[in-house]
Design a protein around this ligand. Structure first.
Ligand code: CAA
Length: 282
């Protein structure tokens, strides 16, 4: 399908980033949030990052304005009716996502491709809530979406070749790198990255090093672009713990289980960048 209009449901850090990438690539975007205030906040966040690109000479002012002009926000799911592709980026809870996909199926055209940005839930289980699982795929962006090139295009058990092809085509037009894969716990990157980050947190206590020292070790010794504690703060401690629990539940591998230190941080509200404090202060 020749996708022209993309819906993004949930304009948090990931959804806003996905919407930004899409308007920059020339797509019309309808972003859905639960309140007008959240829709406005997301538009302002996107406007801020686009302005920074203008200030740094990476984007022309009129291109910035044209991109923002392609974004419309709404609180009403029925306004996604004209979208050729809808990307869901709401809370990582299976029941909430399944309920949303039932709603999307009701309001969207029959040929609209419905994608989930889930990072650790099963695309197949989300699709199974609908009567048309063949049009459901995973499109898993990485944080921060405007900067990270990869999108995992995840084939659910019943995804059609057409739906997968549409998702791959959009990823290409977004200027991103697609890695197609099947619906397995954590897909490709998180299957590797989640236990690795859990190991990093265990090393903090075992080797008795500070978060700053561990970050310095991995950036200077392993060439990581940012250290593991900085990365966990960026991803969100709550998001990482939730994804770890989801993978542990499915795979029963001990390295998948979130280290108690991370669970305690989550329970204390030390969520990283978004709460102002995690391993580091912001
Ligand atoms: N949205 C849009 N723009 C953003 C942004 C965001 N969320 N965050 C930052 N930017 C922009 C800012 O304008 C910033 O510039 P200013 O500070 O001047 O305003 C600019 O991007 C930063 O650009 P740089 O060229 O300076 O980028 P960098 O060289 O510092 O690299 C990075 C930044 C790409 C994030 C790099 O540090 C990196 O690759 N880090 C690793 C990130 C990573 O591993 N992500 C995966 C997380 S795991 C995941 O997402 C999976 C999951 O399911 C949980």
């Amino acid at each position: 399908m020749d996708v022209r209009r993309i819906g993004v449901v949930g304009l948090g850090a990931m959804g806003a980033g996905i919407a930004q990438v899409a308007i920059e690539a020339g797509f019309d975007v309808v972003g859905r949030e639960v309140s007008d205030e959240l829709g406005t906040a997301a538009t302002e966040r996107i406007g801020h990052f686009l302005t920074r690109k203008v200030e740094k000479g990476r984007l022309a002012q009129d291109a910035r304005d044209a991109a923002l002009g392609r974004l419309r926000t709404t609180t009403d799911v029925s306004e996604l009716v004209d979208c050729d592709l809808v990307v869901e980026a709401i809370v990582e809870e299976l029941q909430a996502k399944r309920a949303l996909f039932v709603e999307l199926e009701r309001f969207c055209r029959r040929d609209t491709v419905l994608a989930t940005n889930t990072s650790a839930l099963s695309v197949t289980e989300i699709a199974a809530a609908t009567a048309s699982p063949e049009r459901v795929v995973g499109m898993h962006f990485f944080n921060p979406a405007p900067l990270m090139p990869l999108v995992e295009v995840v084939r659910g058990e019943l995804s059609s070749d057409d739906a997968v092809a549409t998702a791959l085509d959009v990823v290409d037009r977004l200027g991103k790198v697609a890695v197609p894969c099947h619906d397995t716990p954590g897909f490709v990157v998180n299957r590797v990255l989640i236990p690795l980050l859990n190991d990093c947190v265990r090393v903090l206590d075992e080797a008795r090093v500070s978060p700053e020292a561990l970050d310095a070790a991995m950036t200077n010794g392993a060439g990581w672009p940012m250290g593991p504690c900085t990365l966990l703060d960026l991803v969100g401690i709550d998001v990482h713990v939730h994804a770890s629990e989801a993978l542990y539940e499915k795979l029963r591998e001990t390295r998948m289980a979130p280290p108690p230190r991370l669970v305690a941080m989550r329970n204390a509200g030390l969520l990283g960048r978004k709460s102002g404090r995690g391993f580091h202060g912001y």
